[in-house]
Structure formats: structure tokens, C-alpha cells
Design a protein around this ligand. Structure first.
Ligand code: CRA
Length: 805
């Protein structure tokens, strides 16, 4: 859209006055934010309505991305960017003597997701709109997000994340689009006079699902897609006998986000949440389709539904239910439609994350859905036992061991199943879904994750964005593959110096932010070594910590090295005791290092509380080193690895997840690889001969570091240090931390040395930025569009470069 600065100033003042009956000088940052958000919304309204109308008129095939989490980050700045009016608005605000960044910072991060999976879903929403794909989101409007993390005496404390306290100006309540979701009770199947099966529900708990729509604005293309978030409410005519307790139970469904990342919650409330948003989504899609079609025959040509991990896998039996019970389609035809419509992404190989539900709980809460799952199970067995044998089919049928096994159900009911990086997709076929791969090999494929450079460079890293514009023009803003033009400047000494200067500026900015938020002074000339992701044993923040302890001891012995600042951001799930112990030890080590004048000139550690999308926007541009050090074969993909690469950070990595593709993209010289490979680790498992204690006994540096956990040198960590020590030595170090310790240190030493050659460092940073474009989610969603959803992707054209190459 077009908007002049003057126009903006007039409209903004007007909006502020209408809202607050006060001149802008009297308004708080929060009020200014509200006024600006509402004004921006008014600019979005027309293209939003137009897009919807066009899809309906042209009968565009629509994608519905079902996800129990979305993590959009702040929306004001990105909406202004995508509308193409960010510069004008900022200029206008400045003319009014206001500070745009201060106003943007008044927005709360929507608390609708945990980590990578939710962030990916939001990147896809942004990307689908930006490439002009008709892609809608379907999820839950959680009232409280993941907890707000604070540290008290170094321990993680969880405070409520009341992110909607000041309202959520981007949402539109669509009470006229509400649907009813049924739980519990029992079902009666009765043949009706017309010959159809009549399904009669008795004694159900009905919940009203009310949608709140959020606009997903495409990048400068006039497209605005829809993210639909469902809220649970009591039925409108609930009647006089409806108790407060019943109301309370309903409200609970969309009250809180489960704080589990890569873990299976396994609670009835979670199952309720899953069916709630899945059923509401399916019902509303079918209802909309039926408004203009008098049968369901062509449904699969107009609708693709994507199951983002197994949480929405009930979309499969739910669509079967609606097709059969409401639309009177027979089983075979309903199954044909369902298979064609559904596709599924798996996001993890960790066995603790594979969702299963006890049959008792499942059938009690969802009796009709359970009947349908039973029939899917029965037909699956009938079809494949003859060819593949009872034993194999018993292992992978939807029902088994008294459980409903969601990953198997999702695979059986989808025409496509993908992992999120090549290694992960291979391991799915080799291990987790091996048997199902034997039956349905054609369904399996890989779709490597992606990120949105609009948020991470255009918004998050303005100094770099401007430098890029100056050097290679602005084409990269539309098509990030244009970043490859940077290669032409690999020997341009001035440019390399500029690149380093940009990084230095970002580091000074982050230093200021750290000072303001946690009142710690950091040296902006240090190497900024960053690990930002959820806290999990497999991600091995602990390996990073042991590396820090080794540096501490070396410096104590008199070794000189370039100063390193280790920056951590990570939330631990509240019930994940081990992860919380690691946080405590990290904070204790940070204090120990800080208060030791021998060490503090060379080493500093800060653990920033409450890591999230907005904090990532501050940290990533300032990173020199990106720690991606998971046990090989455990991290499905990772996405912070891609973001940090695009900011020119050098990746310190194991050969895991998408790190492997980053290595292929930048070449061996521009990434620091260490550690056991997935194959080597699989070898240890097979032979059963990993003995962590051997490493402890052989390596004096490791010995000294581990002893620090228990010898009282680190103040205040008696039990935590002992527990970690035991996990590593008595319980044989499940994640091979000790096995990778030595090569991790060697890789770090190489990085220290490299940092002494700023120009060489800058060259490597340049290659990383130049090759990061391939990880744009714009390309990822186009691959989904072409190969899974069968929708026509539009702009910008993917040049066919595969991230796997
Ligand atoms: N925890 C994986 O572990 C991956 C994201 C997005 C995860 C990450 O490696 O980058 O998904 N898995 O694909 C997950 O949530 C339920 O599984 C994650 O975010």
C-alpha cells in the first residue's frame, strides 16, 4: 500500500484522539502502541477482505495448517514492513518526537507457543502469505502462554505469562462463526429411514468454539491470509442447571499452553485441547465448503489440511466423522477424501515425545472418534497382515498396548509424511516409522525447515540490512537467494571491515540491552558465543558449560585467550528437574567467573531470563558464534542455527539436524564441525559399549572439570552439581557429552585462533550470510505447496536450489 508521512501523521493523531480522548503527548508507550496497532489494522482490513473474496471467487485451493502452537513474535513492526509502510510510519513518528522502537517494544509477545515447532508454524504463515499461497492457520487462543521465566538465587522461577493483559489488538472475534465441539457421553448408531446411519449423541459435554482471526500479512503483495485461533466458551443456551464448575472446566480448555517442548504431556486436558481445536477447524472448513458446494465430492481438490506434529492428528478421524455422520459419505469414499486431504510432519525422534493416549481416556472422552479409530485399525490390519505379518502390523497399528498411537495414526491417514531435515527424514524411515515406511514408501519425504529473513534481517538486524542494500542492492529483500551476490565481495577489504563494524555495532546494542535488563556490564569487544534454545539434555547446554569450566581452569593456570562472552537463553519445562539443575549451575558458574578478577578479563557468562522471539531479535544480530551442539541424531532440524547463520555467526556444530545442510551450503571451511556422527553413536548403542567413565579417567582436563561439580569450588550447587555428575558418570551419560568433550574443546580453540584474524573471520561470516537465503521459509512452503499440498506457488520464484545439495 502507499501512505505518505503526512497522511500517516494526520491519521495517527486522529486515531489516538478517538481512542484516548487525549493528545499524543499525554499517552504512554502502551497507549501509543494500541493506537498504532489499531491504525495498522485498519490498513489491513481491505486487503484482508479482498484476499478472502478472491479465494472464494476463484475457488483457490486452500491450505489449512493445523498446529497446537504458533509463535508469531511481535506483529506491529512486521505488519508495517509487510504492508510496505514501515519507513513512512517511522519517519512520521519521529517527526512527532516519538521513538518508534519504544512503541514497538510495548507490544507483548503472543504466548501461543513453546519453541521451534510453534515458531516454524508462524514462519510458514508469514511465508505462505508472502508467496501468495492461500494458507490459513488453525490453532488455539491460549489465554496464558508459556510461563515468564525469572531467576531467584540462580533458580528458575515460573511466573504467569499474562500476555493478553492489555488485549490483543490483532485479533477479530468471529462469534458468528462459532461451532460446537462435543466431549464424552455415548453414541447410538441408528439406521434412519433414508438408509443413512444416524449417529445420536447422548449426555455429551458441549463446548462452544469461538474463533478469533488474526491477519497474516504478505510481504508487499496485497495478500492477507488468516490465522484462526479457537477459544472455548460455555454454550449460549447452557440452561439453568449449568454450574459454575462446568463453566470453569470449559474455560480451562484454552486457558494455558502446555510448557512441553519435545515431550509428551499425556494429560486429559491436553487431549481435550487437541480435539477441541482440531474438531472446530474441521467443522468450520467443511461448513465453509458446503456453502458453495452441494456435495463433498470435490472437497479434496479445494482443501489441503496439514497436521503439524501429531497434536492435531485427530483431524483424520474427525474428518471421517464429519464426512460420514454429517455428510453421509460412505467409508471408502470418505477414506479416499481424507487421505488426499491430509499430510503430516513429524518433528522429533525422541521416544518421550511420541504421543500416545491410554485407550480408556481416549474412548471415554471421544467415544465416536474412538469408534472410527477402531475401524481404521481394523481395516489396516485386514489390508496388511496378509502381506506383512501379524507381528509387524501389531507394532504399528493405530491401536496397541492399550494405547492410541498418534504418529502411526497420522502416517496411516495421510498421503504424505515428512521430516524436517534430511538426516531426520532418513532416521524416520530407518527407526521410528520404519515399518510404516515398508508399507507406504511413496508417502515419505523431506522438507527442511525454514526461517523468515524478513523478521531476522530486515527487522532484527537493521545495520546489516542497510549494509546489504548499499552493497548488493535491495533485491535480497524480495528474494533472499540474491544474498549470493555477496560472494563477489569476498576479497573486498573495505566491505569485510564494514561487515565487522556492523557486527560490532550490534554487539554494543546488545551490551546496552543486557545492562538495562539484567544490570550486567559486558565487554562488547569479547567474542559473543551464543546458545539460545529450549533447555534440554539432548541439546547439551551442559557440554557448553563444561567447556566454560575448562576455560576457567585454563585461565586460572595463567593461559591467555581472547575474551569470550557466553550468552544463554533457555526455558526449562517446569517439571524437568534435570534441566532446571543445569540452569542453576550455569548461573552459579556465571557468578563465580564474574567475581574472580583473575578470570573475568577473559571470560564472562550471562544467562538471560525469559528468552523468546523478541529477545532473539536482539541476540542473533550480535552473535559471533552459534552453538548447535546437540547429540548427533537427536535434533530433528533446529532453526536457530539458520537464523544465526544469516546474521553471519559461525556455527559450532555437530553433524545433526539442519547443521548438515548448513555445512553443505557454506563448505567445510566456513563452519566448525566436531563430535561423534549419528552413525558412530548408533554403533555405540548397537554394541552397548559406551562407557562414559573411560573418558573421565583418560582425559585429565575432563577429570578436572567434572570434579568441579562436586568439590565445592562452585558455590551453592551441592545437590545440583552432584546430580549432574552422577548423570554423567554413574548413569553413563545418555547424551554422549563426555565422548564429545575433547573435540568440542579443539573446535573452540580453532575459533579462538581464527578470531585473531578479523578479516578471515569476516570472510567466513560473509559466506554464511550469502548462503543463508536458501533457508528462507518462502522456499520451504513452496516445496510443501508443489510436492504435498498441490497448490500453485507464486512469487518469488524458487530457483530450484535444493537445501540438500
Ligand atoms: N523441539 C525439534 O526438536 C525442530 C522443530 C521444528 C522440534 C526441532 O529440531 O527444529 O521441532 N520438535 O521442526 C518438536 O517440537 C514435538 O517436536 C522442536 O521444536
Amino acid at each position: 500500500m502507499s501512505l505518505t508521512k503526512e497522511q500517516f501523521i494526520t491519521e495517527f493523531k486522529d486515531m489516538a484522539l478517538k481512542l484516548y480522548a487525549a493528545p499524543i503527548e499525554d499517552l504512554s508507550s502502551q497507549q501509543l502502541y494500541q493506537a498504532l496497532a489499531l491504525l495498522t489494522r485498519s490498513y489491513i482490513a481491505q486487503p484482508w477482505a479482498n484476499t478472502k473474496e478472491r479465494y472464494d471467487e476463484e475457488e483457490t485451493k486452500q491450505v489449512f495448517y493445523f498446529s497446537i502452537e504458533f509463535l508469531p513474535g511481535r506483529l506491529l513492526q512486521s505488519n508495517l514492513l509487510n504492508l510496505g509502510i514501515l519507513d513512512e510510519v517511522e519517519a512520521g513518528l519521529e517527526e512527532l518526537d516519538l521513538h518508534p522502537q519504544k512503541i514497538f517494544a510495548a507490544e507483548a509477545d503472543p504466548g501461543l507457543g513453546n519453541g521451534g515447532l510453534g515458531r516454524l508454524a508462524s514462519a510458514f504463515m508469514d511465508a505462505m502469505a508472502s508467496v501468495g499461497m492461500a494458507g490459513n492457520g488453525n490453532g488455539i487462543r491460549y489465554q496464558y502462554g508459556l510461563f515468564k521465566q525469572a531467576f531467584v538465587n540462580g533458580y528458575q522461577v515460573e511466573l504467569p505469562d499474562d500476555w493478553m493483559r492489555n488485549g490483543f489488538p490483532w485479533e477479530t472475534r468471529k462469534e458468528n462463526r462459532a461451532v460446537t465441539v462435543k466431549f464424552g457421553g455415548w453414541v447410538e448408531l441408528r439406521p434412519s429411514r433414508s438408509g443413512h446411519l444416524r449417529v445420536i449423541y447422548h449426555n455429551t459435554d458441549d463446548v462452544l468454539a469461538v474463533p478469533y482471526d488474526v491477519a497474516m500479512v504478505g510481504y508487499r503483495n496485497g495478500v492477507v491470509n488468516n490465522l484462526r485461533l479457537w477459544s472455548a466458551e460455555a454454550p449460549i443456551n447452557a440452561g439453568p442447571h449449568f454450574t459454575l464448575e462446568q463453566r470453569e472446566r470449559i474455560n480451562q480448555i484454552t486457558q494455558i499452553l502446555y510448557p512441553d517442548d519435545s515431550d509428551n504431556a499425556g494429560k486429559e486436558l491436553r487431549l481435550r485441547q487437541e480435539y477441541f481445536f482440531t474438531s472446530a477447524g474441521i467443522q468450520s472448513i467443511v461448513r465453509h465448503y458446503r456453502r458453495t458446494h452441494n456435495s463433498m465430492a470435490g472437497f479434496a481438490d479445494r482443501v489441503a489440511i496439514h497436521i503439524n506434529d501429531t497434536h492435531p492428528a485427530m483431524a483424520i478421524p474427525e474428518l471421517m466423522r464429519v464426512l460420514m455422520d454429517d455428510e453421509h459419505v460412505g467409508w471408502d469414499e470418505a477414506w479416499r477424501i481424507t487421505l488426499k486431504v491430509m499430510s503430516y510432519t513429524n518433528h522429533t525422534l525422541l521416544s518421550e515425545a511420541l504421543e500416545v493416549w491410554p485407550i480408556d481416556m481416549f474412548s471415554g472422552l471421544l467415544p465416536r472418534i474412538y469408534q472410527i479409530v477402531q475401524e481404521i485399525d481394523r481395516r489396516f490390519r485386514l489390508a496388511f497382515v496378509p502381506q506383512f505379518g501379524q507381528a509387524m502390523i501389531d507394532r504399528i497399528a493405530p491401536l496397541g498396548n492399550g494405547q492410541v498411537r498418534m504418529a502411526y495414526l497420522a502416517t496411516i491417514g495421510s498421503h504424505a509424511v515428512n521430516g524436517v531435515a534430511p538426516l531426520h527424514s532418513e532416521l524416520l524411515k530407518k527407526d521410528v516409522l520404519h515399518d510404516l515406511f515398508q508399507i507406504f514408501p511413496e508417502r515419505f519425504n523431506n522438507k527442511t525447515n525454514g526461517i523468515t529473513p524478513r523478521r531476522w534481517i530486515q527487522i532484527g538486524d537493521r545495520p546489516l540490512a542497510h549494509l546489504l542494500d548499499k552493497k548488493i542492492g535491495t533485491a535480497w529483500r524480495q528474494n533472499p537467494l540474491a544474498l549470493r551476490k555477496l560472494h563477489d565481495y569476498i576479497d573486498d577489504t573495505h566491505f569485510l571491515a564494514d561487515l565487522n563494524a556492523t557486527k560490532a555495532e550490534n554487539k554494543r546494542e546488545l551490551a546496552k540491552y543486557i545492562d538495562q535488563t539484567v544490570h550486567v556490564k559486558v565487554d562488547p569487544d569479547a567474542i559473543f558465543d551464543v546458545q539460545i534454545k529450549r533447555l534440554h539434555a539432548y541439546k547439551r547446554q551442559l557440554l557448553h558449560l563444561l567447556g566454560i569450566l575448562d576455560a576457567y581452569l585454563a585461565i586460572k593456570r595463567g593461559e591467555k585467550r581472547p575474551k569470550r562472552l557466553h550468552i544463554f537463553g533457555a526455558k526449562a519445562a517446569p517439571s524437568y528437574v534435570y534441566a532446571k539443575e543445569i540452569i542453576k549451575v550455569m548461573n552459579a558458574v556465571a557468578d563465580m567467573v564474574d567475581s574472580d578478577p583473575d578470570v573475568s578479563p577473559y571470560l564472562q557468562v550471562v544467562f538471560l531470563p525469559n528468552y523468546g522471539v523478541s529477545m532473539a531479535e536482539k541476540i542473533i544480530p550480535a552473535a559471533d558464534i552459534s552453538e548447535q551442539i546437540s547429540t548427533a541424531g537427536k535434533e530433528a532440524s533446529g532453526t536457530s542455527n539458520m537464523k544465526l547463520m544469516s546474521a553471519g555467526a559461525l556455527t559450532l556444530a555437530t553433524l545433526d539436524g539442519a547443521n548438515i545442510e548448513i555445512k553443505n551450503a557454506v563448505g567445510d571451511d566456513n563452519i566448525e564441525i566436531f563430535g561423534l556422527t549419528e552413525k558412530e553413536i548408533a554403533g555405540y548403542y548397537q554394541r552397548g559399549d559406551y562407557r562414559s567413565r573411560d573418558f573421565y579417567e583418560k582425559d585429565p582436563r575432563l577429570h578436572a572439570v567434572l570434579d568441579m561439580l562436586v568439590n565445592g569450588k562452585i558455590p551453592g550447587i551441592e545437590t545440583e552439581g552432584r546430580d549432574i555428575y552422577n548423570a554423567l558418570l554413574m548413569y553413563n551419560d545418555e547424551y554422549f557429552v563426555l565422548a564429545d568433550f575433547e573435540s568440542y574443546l579443539a573446535a573452540n580453540a580453532r575459533l579462538d585462533k581464527l578470531y585473531q584474524q578479523p578479516e578471515l573471520w569476516a570472510k567466513k561470516a560473509l559466506v554464511n550470510i550469502a548462503e543463508s537465503g536458501r533457508f528462507s521459509a518462502d522456499f520451504t512452503v513452496q516445496r510443501y505447496g508443489r510436492e504435498i499440498w498441490h497448490v500453485v506457488p507464486q512469487t518469488p520464484e524458487d530457483d530450484g536450489t535444493d537445501t540438500e545439495g
